[in-house]
Design a protein around this ligand. Sequence first.
Ligand code: ZN
Length: 139
Amino acid sequence: MNAAAKLLDRLERVKQTAPGRWLARCPAHEDHSPSLSVRELDDGRLLLYDFGGCETGAVLAALGLTLADLFEKPLGNFAPSHSRIPARDLLEVISEEVTAVAIIGAAMLAKKTVTETDWQRLAQAAARIGRARDHAHGR
Ligand SMILES: [Zn+2]
């Protein structure tokens, strides 16, 4: 089993967005809409980026994996670089967040009140969209 298959096998709600690119539920936080981006490089290395803000180490630990599992073969002390995420995947994440905001907005309108949970989800949407923007700016 290669590194990608081993990782994807352990993730939930995996959706392939392009050849060698996937979005999945992050196992390291309460992830309601898939926010973990997985990218397989030509040499078989995997790059992970969580729009929920989890560190790669935390994501791997939640799956019972280590950084070494991201590589087909040992590469010495290679540190995963900040991956470039395609605009399409960024838009996918933003679209999911905006949909969540619209659903919460409709519930708020109906109930004429805002619950703590709704409020936290809105704040999370704002944070995730902000991270997507920062990523697009290469920060
Ligand atoms: Zn996460």
